[in-house]
Design a protein around this ligand. Structure first.
Ligand code: ADP
Length: 621
């Protein structure tokens, strides 16, 4: 291939490769842009959802603050689980007012104190027993009993335990408080527990009684400080004791100890205790206390309603956030709500759905371009082949026509130059001229046939033809040609051969071409046979010679256009390499085949095999 077509093919390839590259680049850019757009639209959707959830969280806390005013009782409020602890104006915030102490006015009280001062245990024990028995004021009686028990502990622990049971298990004394408001009975029950060794028979009962007092928030109210102290003691003695309000008590105590931070601001406010938040009721009467973890858990119940694949979280003030973030609303000052993608696959799913359409469109364009390029390439190759064919043909025609024309010119010139007009010489020359003429005619016919076949213009006119007629015509033409040459030409047609459907002129051309070759490629002592016979349902026309033969590897190639085994020999014999390709085209149009059997040096046999009953339609196709 020379430079021109190569350049054209290169341009064609570039014409496909460059747009394909552009499409690929465009696809990549589109996919990236799409991915960004998807992320942005998803983020926007989540921002909307975040705003919605923020409003819900805010109204959740607003409702809580509004509902706080309905609470009044510490224990019940704690049990409701609405907050980790509560502070009411009367509990555990303030201590009960101390009661007046009239004990010093009693003579028996003073006597008991004197007995105590004397250091006589027995005297003190009985003196205090007297007071406990006679005092009408349960507080005085309880304190006297307490003093008596104190002395009994020193002398007889068992008696002390018994005395505690007698004084403080039942009755008014059991509920009496000291001047500071502390429940004396509760302290005494703790004392009993301390006095009892583990495994002591009544220890369990005493423990239950004390736990019962600690869990009782009604009636005689125990001060919060005493309750918390006793709870700590009980937990030390019996870690499994059920004290459901213990945590709330401790939290409230921590809050109050840290200094009352009752704020006037609305919403969840930080307290002086780390990780503890207070929420004041609307009237500011009640304060609910929340640990950070409780706040987070409460918010997460609201946030859990968010979309799948993402996580909405709340973060306390001054905490780092991840993803889209916004303030959690006026009820949670300083708190943030944020959304982050936890399942990237979810985003990928959204993206891949949209991207698939881009990719398919891109693949389609590339596919179409490749197909177009392929077609263009093929058509270009076809055009190239035709162009080459045309140049080959022109070259062959001009070369092959030149030889007979110049030899005829030579013969005519020498005849004209001869003034004597020798009859024999003139006849010989005219015969030579006639032979050249025939050769020229055959050449031109072959060119025309070939050209028609190549342009698909060759029209075959099929008709019922007797094989012997075609053979006779071919033999007639060839005999004329062989006239005056040393050629043994033998014709043989099998009798009763069936008629065939064929174009007689075309078939004749094929046979004459084969016979012409047999003549051309047989150097001396030519023995040429033309036979027609039936074989396996076929009618076979065979041309046999004793010529130079054809090597096995050449036997397929000789049917190609312009192919010649030996170019020098072909020039001498005056061929242009079209004869056999014409034969093959004609035979194929008749629905038959042409074969060659040959050995170099021993001659060749070309057989044209045609079906016996070739229908005109089939043959024409
Ligand atoms: P050409 O015009 O050269 O004869 P053909 O197509 O008829 O072209 O034949 C192609 C080539 O096949 C010939 O050049 C020749 O080399 C070889 N060939 C054809 N017929 C014979 C034959 N009978 N004996 C030997 N060689 C042959």
């Amino acid at each position: 291939m020379n430079a021109g077509p190569r350049l054209t093919l290169l341009l064609l390839a570039l014409g496909v490769i460059a747009p394909t590259g552009c499409v690929l680049w465009f696809m990549k850019a589109a996919v990236t842009a799409q991915s960004e757009a998807t992320k942005e639209s998803v983020a926007e959707a989540y921002r909307g959802q975040l705003r919605f959830l923020r409003d819900r969280v805010d109204s959740y806390w607003r409702d809580r603050a509004a509902s706080l005013d309905r609470y009044a009782d510490f224990a019940r409020s704690v049990k409701s689980g609405m907050a980790d602890s509560f502070v009411f104006p009367n509990y555990p915030a303030s201590e009960p007012a101390s009661i007046g102490d009239s004990s010093a006015n009693r003579s028996d009280w003073r006597a008991a104190v004197a007995a105590e001062d004397s250091g006589n245990a027995q005297a003190a024990i009985s003196a205090w027993a007297m007071v406990a028995k006679s005092a009408a004021d349960p507080s005085i009686a309880a304190r006297a009993a307490q003093a008596r028990i104190r002395w009994l502990v020193r002398t007889d622990k068992e008696a002390a335990i018994r005395a505690i049971g007698e004084y403080f298990d039942h009755g008014a004394i059991a509920k009496a408080a000291d001047p500071q408001g502390r429940l004396i009975g509760a302290d005494e029950q703790l004392l009993a527990l301390h006095l009892m060794q583990p495994g002591y028979a009544r220890r369990g009962r005493v423990l239950r009684r004390l736990v019962g007092m600690l869990n009782d928030y009604s009636g005689a109210r125990m001060p919060a400080a005493q309750r918390l102290f006793l709870m700590d003691e009980v937990r030390a003695i019996a870690p499994g004791a059920a004290l459901p309000t213990y945590d709330a008590e401790r939290l409230a105590a921590q809050f109050l100890e840290a200094g009352d931070s009752h704020t006037s601001a609305a919403g969840l406010q930080p307290t002086r205790v780390p990780e503890l938040w207070e929420l004041a009721s609307k009237s500011r009467r009640v304060t609910a206390l929340y640990r950070t973890s409780t706040v987070l858990a409460a918010i997460s119940t609201v946030l859990d309603e968010g979309a799948k694949g993402v996580r909405f979280v709340a973060t306390p003030p001054d905490t780092r956030t991840v993803g889209e973030t916004m303030p959690a609303g006026p009820m949670l000052p300083g708190w943030q709500l944020s959304v982050s993608i936890v399942d990237p696959k979810f985003l990928e799913e959204v993206e891949s759905g949209r991207m698939a359409s881009y990719l398919w469109a891109g693949y389609l364009v590339i596919g179409m371009m490749l197909i177009t390029g392929l077609f263009a390439g093929q058509s270009f190759r076809k055009q190239m082949r035709l162009a080459r064919l045309r140049t080959d043909l022109v070259a062959a025609v001009s070369h092959e026509l030149k030889t007979p024309l110049s030899s005829m010119l030579l013969l005519v010139d020498s005849l004209l130059a001869d003034t004597d007009f020798d009859a024999k010489k003139t006849r010989d020359y005219l015969q030579l001229m006639s032979a050249e003429n025939m050769r020229l005619t055959r050449l031109v016919e072959n060119f025309l046939t070939f050209s028609r076949i190549e342009r698909n213009r060759q029209r075959f006119e099929f008709q019922r033809v007797k094989p012997e007629d075609v053979v006779a015509s071919a033999a007639g033409i060839m005999r004329e040609r062989f006239q005056g040459t040393a050629c043994d030409f033998d014709v043989n047609v099998e009798t009763d051969l069936p008629a065939i459907h064929a174009d007689p002129d075309a078939l004749l051309t094929a046979l004459v071409n084969l016979l012409d070759n047999a003549y051309k490629y047989t150097p001396a002592e030519k023995r040429i046979r033309l036979r027609a016979y039936g074989r396996n349902g076929l009618v076979v026309f065979a041309v046999e010679d004793n010529g130079i033969g054809i090597a096995a590897r050449e036997q397929k190639r000789i049917f190609r256009r312009f192919y010649q085994v030996d170019a020098r020999l072909a020039r001498e014999t005056g061929g242009c390499g079209l004869g056999l390709s014409i034969v093959e085209s004609i035979v194929r149009a008749h629905g038959g085949s042409v074969r060659v059997a040959s050995r170099p040096g021993s001659g060749s046999t070309f057989s044209v095999c045609l079906p016996r009953r070739t229908s005109p339609e089939k043959a024409a196709a």
